[in-house]
Write a protein that binds this ligand. Structure first.
Ligand code: G4P
Length: 531
């Protein structure tokens, strides 16, 4: 068991989140560079393709196979084995992005120093808060003109409701960017971008107490400002507390420039010092310790292969305990079957590697003959446990689906149900009528195009989508106690049900949600669906 324990303890699994263009890809590339996983920065993914217009989406998927929406990067650094879960890099993201966070033990949040907190970060952040996972912030692009540092921190505190603790502090920005001050070591590390894309530049490091040296290194103006800011900061900022960081209540903040490779390795080292080993996960039998238990995992994502010739699907599993070995038999709890997982693999950005073993904390992709659903548990045959389901996240765009050729009803229903099972879309029906009327809900509008394209190409079914005005969906938390037919809402409220028959309410605006709650005492609504 010794070896297994050591392997698990050295794992760190995190998701990287940011608003598009904040520098997530660039930062990831630099991390990999430190791990020696790639030889040259810039080769992680075909960056140019990441920002294509919606209509090009399928071309991108075809070109890059499975990697666009799913990549897990694993690298070694300083004795650690690090798994980075990349969240989809499209402008328009999907529910998958949220789900990826369910498989991580911590999150790295990248913020553009000239923009501060942006809408997408806010949404992803809510999910981190719900899971209480530690969040590490990297404020990027200091080599460009940045917002005031205190304002940036204030912004995070106000927008996201989490306390910040800067581990270092930037000295100027843009053309005036001189480096960072390390608060723990109490020294200044000067900026250099001479070794762009390779290792971190050869920086000069001097203690802040050496005022003469500091003035020579960064100039009088910058030195005065820094000394003043440091005094302010030491007096005003929250004290560092690892317990609060690990509880997701305090975010350590580092500054740097991913593009010029400054501050990245420092951030990585701080992250590794503070990030947790794979966390115990909740199951029906209680918390499952990753080390004490035999193999167990849950499915957090299902991805259809875009290659029409082999309509296979890959299920992504997060290993929660023990060791996985390709030869072993496992039990798929929901399906009630003992089986071997076929073609276990690590899904890298541009390649798939067949795996022979993996440990708690790791993510594996396995061939799915159509038996897995999101949230399913897989474990050693002798174990009896079932992990907590993954919540359903609220779609924000809705459309009515009209099938153009009614003769193809069967293919249509099969197609739309399969696509919904993968979790890219959610489907609903009118509360009181049958299947004829299907309403589809998505987190990002790009998914509408994906649905249309896939139904046409994979199922040979044409559809028309009619947009609906709803933007807010609520699950009924106490559905057992409420008579759905008696709920009186606003005139623009719509009652629907999901494929399992759970009742839901759709609203055009938050005001209607409030009115409905007022008019129906005792009704409890939630933004996350229970599985
Ligand atoms: P994303 O994955 O979060 O969407 O961001 P990505 O890394 O793709 O970066 C978005 C753009 O910002 C890229 O420029 C990238 O080079 C640039 N960038 C990332 N980090 C920094 C930084 O620290 N400083 C500066 N100045 N720029 C940075 P692009 O021109 O859109 O793409 P490319 O042609 O350079 O690849």
């Amino acid at each position: 068991m010794g070896n297994i324990t050591e392997e698990i303890k050295r794992r760190r699994t995190f998701a990287i989140i940011s608003h598009p263009d904040a520098g997530k890809t660039t930062l990831t590339e630099k991390f990999l560079l430190y791990g020696g996983a790639i030889n040259l920065a810039g080769s992680v993914k075909g960056k140019a393709t990441a920002r294509h217009a919606v209509s090009d989406w399928m071309e991108i998927e075809k070109e890059r196979g499975i990697s666009v929406t799913s990549s897990v990067l694993q690298f070694e650094y300083g004795g650690y084995c690090i798994n980075i879960l990349d969240t989809p890099g499209h402008q328009d993201f999907s529910e998958d992005t949220y789900r990826t966070l369910m498989a991580a033990d911590s999150a790295v949040m990248v913020i553009d120093a000239s923009k501060g907190v942006e809408a997408q970060t806010r949404k992803l952040f809510k999910v981190c808060v719900m899971r209480k996972i530690p969040i590490f912030t990297f404020i990027n692009k200091l080599d460009r003109d940045a917002n005031d540092t205190f304002d940036l921190l204030d912004d995070i505190e106000k927008e996201l409701g989490i306390a910040t603790c800067p581990l270092n502090w930037p000295i100027g920005s843009g053309k005036e960017f001189k480096g960072i001050y390390d608060r723990e070591k109490k020294c200044v590390i000067s900026y250099s971008d001479t070794e762009k894309g390779t290792r971190e530049g050869t920086a000069t490091e001097i203690p802040i107490g050496d005022e003469a040296g500091l003035r020579t290194l960064i100039g009088d103006g910058a030195a005065d400002k820094l000394l003043e800011e440091v005094e302010l900061l030491d007096g005003a900022s929250a004290a560092f507390d690892l317990g609060l960081v690990q509880a997701g209540e305090l975010t350590p903040v580092c500054f740097g420039s991913a593009l010029t490779n400054f501050g990245v390795e420092i951030f990585l080292q701080h992250f590794l010092d503070m990030a947790t080993t794979p966390l115990p996960r909740k199951a029906d039998i209680g918390l499952v310790d990753p080390v004490e238990n035999a193999f167990s995992a849950f499915v957090f994502k299902i991805q259809a292969n875009m290659n029409k010739a082999h309509r296979d699907r890959i299920a992504f599993l997060r290993i929660c305990s023990g060791k996985f070995d390709a030869q072993m038999e496992v039990r798929h709890v929901q399906g009630g079957k003992v089986m071997r997982l076929s073609q276990p693999q690590q899904i890298m950005a541009d390649e798939r590697k067949i795996l022979s073993e993996a440990y708690a904390g790791d993510i594996i992709g396995v061939f799915d003959p159509g038996i897995f659903s999101i949230g399913d548990t897989v474990c050693s045959p002798g174990k009896k446990l079932q992990y907590e389901g993954i919540p359903t996240f609220a779609p924000e765009h809705f459309a009515r689906v009209r099938q153009l050729d009614t003769m193809k009803r069967k293919q249509f229903v099969k197609g739309i149900e399969q696509i919904a099972q993968e979790g890219a879309i959610q489907i609903f029906q009118e509360f009181n009528t049958g299947l004829e009327e299907i309403i589809v809900g998505v987190v990002g509008v790009l998914q509408f195009d994906v649905l249309k394209y896939r139904l046409e190409n994979e199922y040979n079914v044409e559809i028309r989508l009619e947009n609906l005005p709803y933007e807010h969906i609520r699950w009924i938390e106490n559905k057992e106690e409420v008579d759905i037919t008696k709920i009186v809402g606003t005139s623009d409220m719509k009652k629907v049900k999901d494929m399992k028959g759970n009742p839901l309410l759709l609203f055009v605006n938050p005001w209607s949600v409030g009115m409905t709650l007022d008019r129906n005492k005792g009704l409890v609504l939630t933004e996350f669906g229970r599985e």
